[in-house]
Design a protein around this ligand. Sequence first.
Ligand SMILES: [Zn+2]
Length: 297
Amino acid sequence: MGLLARDQQTRKYFYMKPSDINQPSALSGRPKRGVPEGLWIRCSSCKASLFRKDVEERFHVCPECDHHFYMPTPERIDQLLDEDSFEEWFRDLKPCDPLGFKDRITYKERIQAEQAKTSLPDAAAVGRGFIRGRPVVVGITDFAFMAGSMGSVVGEKLTRAAEEATRLKLPLIIVSGSGGGARMQEGILSLMQMAKVSAALARHHKAGCLYISILTNPTMGGVAASFAFQGDITIAEPGALIGFAGKRTIWNTVRLELPEGFQTSEFLLQHGFVDRIVHRKNLRTEVAALVDYCEKR
Ligand SMILES: [Zn+2]
């Protein structure tokens, strides 16, 4: 499921729904992204009413205040990588339900609902591509699928991506958009992904390869506590929420009032956790420049 395809007219990537995969018209059809199709949207930051198309053409950035909206995986690939260069890996990895977990609904039902909603098989996509002609391995976690939380599939895909990058001696770029951290429905199996990905990244590092971590809104919990903060270079998009536990959790645990702007890209840049804040429109150029700079050392 979730086969990555290309719209023949717009040349953009999208995920086909399982029901569309065998349809002959699927490749020329309109992309379906699981978001409500309205002409107008309201900016959550400046409250302006925006023409959806204007926002999408600006890489999902508000034309009034530069607020960076959520960006779906296929569009992230389009924006970050050179045209037609992405080759997706390990897309047959699918989540299962080893614990038979049930909260309001069963985990199995939740997975099915999220897959139907997003057309994604799980919360991560990995593969190989080019950024302004430089070959790289790329991983992306997608907030739309269970808040981008790291279950076994996300952990396994990112681990394999790091291992392939090591084998091929290529730079690794991971774009994180995960509000959920580790996926509680998979219990310890999701927690162990933190260590597993970290170990693969350590081997990538030991082999002398470059890892650039790109933090987007939001990057929290177990994702922030593992691969997202292990980059040789850490880039953040402006205004992203980045941290471990949320404000309310911190207050409930240690009764600590947090400073203004705590857990934003700007605050983390000031305090040395982030190396650079980069506007989405400049991301491809900046990453290409960093790859060049580091490869020429
Ligand atoms: Zn705005």
